[in-house]
Design a protein around this ligand. Structure first.
Ligand code: JB8
Length: 266
């Protein structure tokens, strides 16, 4: 997978040299290209911003450097070539006004040949850049959640990590991708390691029983319990057909009603 990132703070993206994603780059699985947006300016002061039409606080990113920068992402090669035979690259624009980036989004984007990330700063990028880019890219304004960052860089770090780890070969043991939070619509169960007694705190006894069915049931009940406690919105989204008899009993005990159609608070 090719990943292009444009930012006026390319040093922010240095974290992509590290850990799992850094290793995948070394191994040639991820082709990550970070570029400084200011390299695409033509004036003495390398200007990337200007005042907003219509007035208001702050500055807006000028369209011209963005057009020059994004054009370079349309050449330079992918595994599939660049003849127009393959799919359009996806242009992800971090924005508090974007669609929410979720695990399902990460799975969807992990299938793409090329992702391009445009990191805005100030009050954002001139809207015409997104309209113009639509001629050559599948444009996706994206938000990590309902809070405001100072720019797109931190959001890109999060999205590249969430997507990159789903690309085949990036995570050494792909089984570790199966049993994790959100993959079945529930939060993960709690985990413990040695020592079995630590500062007067034992681990749950069932985990020492060797009874694998009982351990699986304990873990599933813990997933349901903490999801109901912390993320009732996720419980309400469960498909009742994915719930077995013990799941239903656990949810009823937690104050939920399970019908054939839905899971509802009682
Ligand atoms: C200027 O909160 B965010 C976000 C905030 C931003 C820009 C991009 C993303 C650009 N402020 O996701």
């Amino acid at each position: 997978m090719r990943i292009d990132v444009f930012s006026i703070f390319p040093e922010y993206l240095a974290a992509l040299d590290l850990s799992l994603i850094g290793k995948a780059r070394q191994d040639g699985i991820l082709d990550v290209r970070v570029q400084d947006l200011r390299a695409f300016t033509t004036d003495r002061h390398r200007t990337v911003d200007d005042t907003p039409y219509g007035g208001g606080a702050g500055m807006v990113m000028k369209p011209e450097p963005w057009a020059e920068a994004l054009s370079t992402a349309l050449s330079g090669g992918t595994a599939e070539g660049e003849s127009g035979a393959g799919e359009r690259p996806t242009l992800i624009v971090p924005s508090p006004a974007g669609e929410v980036f979720a695990q399902a989004t990460a799975y969807e984007l992990a299938e793409k040949q090329q992702l391009v990330f445009a990191c805005g700063r100030y009050e954002g990028i001139d809207e015409r850049v997104l309209e113009w880019a639509g001629e050559n890219f599948d444009v996706r304004p994206m938000s990590l959640g309902d809070y405001v960052l100072n720019g797109g860089e931190v959001a890109v770090l999060a999205m590249v990590e969430a997507i990159g780890r789903l690309v085949p070969g990036v995570v050494g043991n792909p089984e570790s991708l199966v049993e994790e939070s959100h993959s079945d619509g529930l939060l993960e169960y709690p985990v413990y390691t040695k020592p079995s007694l630590w500062r007067d705190r034992p681990i749950p006894e069932v985990l020492l029983s060797g009874n694998h069915a009982k351990i699986a049931r304990f873990r599933r009940d813990e997933q349901l319990r903490r999801t109901a406690e912390r993320r009732p919105d996720l419980i309400a989204k469960l498909n009742p057909s994915t719930l077995d008899k013990a799941d239903r009993a656990a949810l009823e005990a937690l104050g939920w009603t399970v019908t054939a159609e839905a899971v509802l608070p009682r």
